[in-house]
Design a protein around this ligand. Structure first.
Ligand SMILES: [Fe+2]
Length: 136
């Protein structure tokens, strides 16, 4: 499977989140490498780390958006993403998806759904919470 590398066109305009998105894509590519090498132990560890990193990333974006009008919508989107990721994991553990298919679905979901949603919701937004902090 061809790795999906981070590209400038994926930028949300905020370095912290671009960095986190690059990390998550890199973890997906490492996971595929472990699968290609039949290294099941490393693949399991990377999959657990990836799910944990995604959860942290969602919370990081939600904290950034605290107080902004887009927060509730982005939390709803993250809740749908958490459910979709859990469903892919369930399919994988039930034998309905190969490891490579799981990584491909996660990559496609991350690049084609999550990042564009971040660009729409977060990109260029000045969170109200940050403005208020400056007024303290
Ligand atoms: Fe994101």
């Amino acid at each position: 499977m061809a790795p999906r590398a981070w590209q400038a066109s994926m930028s949300v305009g905020i370095e912290t989140f671009d960095h986190e998105h690059r990390q998550i894509l890199a973890m997906l590519n490492l996971l595929q490498d472990a699968i290609d090498l039949d290294d099941a132990r490393t693949a399991r560890l990377l999959l657990d780390a990836l799910v944990g990193r995604l959860a942290e990333h969602f919370l990081s974006e939600e904290a950034y958006l605290r107080g902004s009008p887009g927060l509730d919508e982005h939390i709803r989107h993250h809740d749908e993403a958490r459910a979709a990721i859990a469903d892919l994991n369930r399919q994988f553990h039930a034998g309905g998806l190969t490891a490579t298919a799981l990584v491909a679905r996660l990559q496609d979901f991350f690049v084609d759904v999550l990042i564009p949603e971040d660009q729409r919701c977060i990109g260029g937004m000045e969170p109200l919470g940050r403005q208020e902090k400056g007024a303290d």
